[in-house]
Design a protein around this ligand. Structure first.
Ligand code: HEM
Length: 159
């Protein structure tokens, strides 16, 4: 079995980090936020949100936004490598930090984010070092089951 790497060693594996990020962009484990409701009236630029208005954040749609991602429907880990042209938007600009939010962010950020990140990197590196993988069926190269986690409750939006 492959050795377990410590946090520093995992952090030095740039391509592994890019693969984990691109996997979470391409097929987010959680594709929408929970439903949140406003606790008071708030104006966000030209958008008014009134007290008790409800909203969800479509994580999957943000991750496929063609204004922010070059060829969003292709799996390209180098998007997360600062030295790659794919690191930028199609216009060659810096990406909006909210274009990639697999763990949401701000006050509602996932509490298990760091644990999940380290576990994914450790598990993937251990498996890849220990086994050779092949597809049990060629069709899985282009299709896979729909992942759709839905959380069915409402939370107040802290403002
Ligand atoms: C790849 C793995 C994971 C992903 C993509 C993920 C994603 C998310 C997202 C998007 C939310 C925000 C939901 C919302 O407010 O709309 C969330 C919340 C949360 N996550 Fe995770 N999560 C992951 C793993 C974990 C793990 C391993 C734990 C615990 C060990 C965890 C604990 C939590 C908790 C407690 C919250 C609620 C935070 C709050 O309401 O303030 N998550 N997660």
């Amino acid at each position: 079995m492959g050795q377990v790497l410590d946090e520093e060693e995992l952090g030095s594996l740039l391509h592994l980090s890019c693969v984990v990020s691109e996997s979470l962009r391409f097929e987010p484990a959680v594709s929408t936020s929970v439903t949140a409701y406003m606790t008071k009236d708030v104006k966000l630029k030209n958008l008014w949100l009134r007290k008790d208005d409800k909203f969800i954040i479509q994580i999957r749609h943000l991750h496929m936004n063609p204004d922010e991602w070059i060829e969003p429907h292709r799996y390209i880990p180098e998007r997360f490598d600062q030295n790659s042209p794919y690191y930028l938007t199609p216009k060659g600009e810096k990406r909006n930090p909210f274009s990639f939010i697999p763990f949401i962010g701000g006050k509602r950020v996932c509490l298990g984010k760091t644990f999940a990140d380290l576990t994914m990197k450790n598990t993937i590196s251990g498996l890849v070092n220990s086994f050779n993988f092949e597809f049990s069926d060629e069709k899985y190269k282009t299709e896979w089951p729909i992942n759709n986690i839905q959380v069915n409750f409402q939370v107040p939006m802290p403002v």
